[in-house]
Design a protein around this ligand. Sequence first.
Ligand code: ATP
Length: 262
Amino acid sequence: MNNQLLELNNISLKFEDNQILKNIAFNIHAKEIVTLIGPNGAGKTSLVKIILGLLSPTSGSLIPSRSLTIGYMPQKIQIDQTLPLNVKRFLRLAPGRKLTIQSVMALTGIERIANTPIQSISGGELQRVLLARAILRKPDLLVLDEPAQGVDISGQNELYNLIRDIREQFGCAIFMVSHDLHLVMAATDKVICLNQHICCSGHPEQVSNDPAYLDLFGPATAPGFAVYHHHHDHEHNVHGDVVPGTHAHACEDPHAHTHCKP
Ligand SMILES: Nc1ncnc2c1ncn2[C@@H]1O[C@H](COP(=O)(O)OP(=O)(O)OP(=O)(O)O)[C@@H](O)[C@H]1O
């Protein structure tokens, strides 16, 4: 496809003898929203760091399109409590700005807190500020690591709607890490389930009613929220390795870029 932004070819990562990622292969295309799910320790943040160029894979390659600009919203940030820094000044510190501070503040609904010290805003407001900072460079690809962390349920819903609006407005692709897909499903084109390797991936509407997802992530928490199910075709031991003999069938999702594999 000629609208490909990023190609991951058999990325593997080891820390000393610990295998963190194994043969990760998928592509991200322009305007696509890709959600990465997986249990704690699955390697999600490590994979994000590789995509951002902060970590080098032990093997495999990452091929970005020419002049790819990435905007990144981290899981959390550390800010010195004593630093005199309001939201507007915090945004001014972002390098490579292509959009105005005013326009991103309006888009993310944070104008009201422009002059508030960043240390005293709420968790939900901080997520919006971090999102605003990530889009200031008008990225082709927006990478969001657990964007709704620390945000209550109704705030999460609004945040995911905002993320969808940003994609519409700027035409950027989004690669998003999430622990829980109940809220993000409506805004996701492709789901990648990671547990060291890619357990399964595909279009969310193509996969349904698989008890394996409920085993991993639990039932929907509120009516009206889409529930994601995927065909997890094998079991893992406590180390995340595939248990031999439990790999029953190939992934049935015809839209999957990467099929179920051990
Ligand atoms: N610098 C490091 N050195 C050694 N091991 C590391 C390092 N960074 C991460 N790991 C290990 O790699 C594994 C994957 O960690 P990672 O943070 O990528 O997982 P994750 O899926 O993002 O987890 P969580 O959902 O809990 O945030 C973990 O077992 C972690 O302890």
